[in-house]
Design a protein around this ligand. Structure first.
Ligand SMILES: Cc1cc2nc3c(=O)[nH]c(=O)nc-3n(C[C@H](O)[C@H](O)[C@H](O)COP(=O)(O)O)c2cc1C
Length: 327
């Protein structure tokens, strides 16, 4: 059941497949005779100094894959220096997670229909030290998760969802879910109730990217939710260059979906993403080995990124540009 939760996508899972295949089709240019003795993957992002550009994507219900849940993920993130974006479908409150964390935490919101509840959540996560509010905008409804439905998915009894008021009140279901009335007005309102930078997650269309700039948000994550929403939407890495053209450096752009190798991280940075998020790999690490598993997954990706940088002759993130890609 948890495997279907983690691995599944929407409908025929075509976008899940494309997220991977699109990375495989991008070719890299090997470079030689460059001094690559020291490789520096450090990055500054929204006021945090990060050792590398690999972030842990927000994902729901960590206690469905490990009894330690989000606390275990936070420990793994801390060991590997990965910024952890806590999902609002977390089974654990932010305050508990932040006590276990030495890395910066961001909080991802599914904006619930009751504004008073949302305002309380924002105050709670600010007090718990969240540095950025990531607002997921690609889920007014949930894509048809046939694999999950076939597996008989339900939340294990006793697991809490402290930030999912609509689900807890029976206004939404975990499989159909979503705030169907949410529009740009909610983003405008959120800006009035918090001083945290707001990053919109789930932008694919260049038109929406322009609207995001005009809405005054601090950044976006180009994402198709790991292929879990609109099936046959293009791969996120396919959408990225078009979105970046429109954004034209006006705010930082991150990307997720299908990142499984250090070479994938390099490709995303080469197009112009500031950093990448990884979803399923972390959940597999968490399931297999708790904090150690999460740290190992991030560690492997970071090592592979450094190797790929060395083999393309780039010693810092700043040196990574489009010329890394064989076009
Ligand atoms: C099991 C699972 C749960 C997820 N839950 C959330 C969530 O609560 N909020 C959210 O914004 N994205 C959620 N996502 C999407 C991830 O943040 C991310 O966009 C996606 O997993 C990236 O693709 P990847 O898994 O191929 O790395 C979830 C993804 C998975 C696999």
């Amino acid at each position: 059941m948890s495997l279907a939760l983690v691995q599944g996508g929407a409908a025929d899972e075509i976008t899940v497949r494309w997220n991977r295949e699109a990375f495989d089709r991008i070719r890299l240019v090997p470079r030689v005779l460059v001094d690559v003795d020291t490789i520096n993957t450090r990055l500054g992002l929204f006021g945090s100094d990060l050792p590398h550009p690999i972030l842990i994507a927000p994902s729901a219900y960590h206690r469905m894959v490990h009894p330690g849940g989000e606390v275990e993920t936070a420990r793994g993130a801390s060991r590997s220096g990965a910024l952890f974006i806590v999902s609002s479908a977390s089974n654990t409150r932010m305050g508990v997670i932040s006590r276990e964390s030495t890395v910066p935490l961001w909080f991802q919101m599914y904006v619930q229909s009751d504004r008073a509840f949302v305002a309380d959540v924002v105050r709670e996560v600010e007090a718990a030290g969240a540095r950025v509010l990531v607002v997921t905008v690609d889920a007014p409804v949930v894509g048809p998760r046939y694999r999950q439905i076939r597996s008989g998915f339900r939340l294990a009894p006793g697991l809490e969802l402290p930030y999912m008021d609509d689900v807890n009140r029976g206004r939404d279901s975990l499989l159909r879910g979503g705030n169907t009335r949410m529009t740009w007005g909610e983003i405008e309102w959120l800006r009035t109730i918090t001083r945290l930078p707001i990053v919109l997650k789930g932008i694919m269309s260049p038109v929406d990217a322009e609207l995001a700039v005009r809405a005054g948000v601090a950044g976006i994550v180009v994402s198709n939710h790991g292929g879990r929403m609109l099936d046959t939407a293009p791969a996120a890495i396919t959408a990225l260059p078009r979105v970046l053209d429109v954004v034209a450096g006006r705010f930082p752009v991150l990307v997720d979906g299908g990142i499984r190798r250090g070479t994938d991280v390099l490709k995303a940075l080469a197009y112009g993403a500031k950093g990448v998020l990884i979803g399923r790999p972390c959940l597999h690490g968490l399931a297999a080995g708790g904090a150690e598993g999460v740290a190992r997954v991030v560690g492997i990706l970071k090592d592979e990124l450094e190797q790929a940088m060395a083999l393309t002759g780039r010693t810092s993130l700043r040196a990574i540009d489009r010329s890394v890609i064989w076009e």
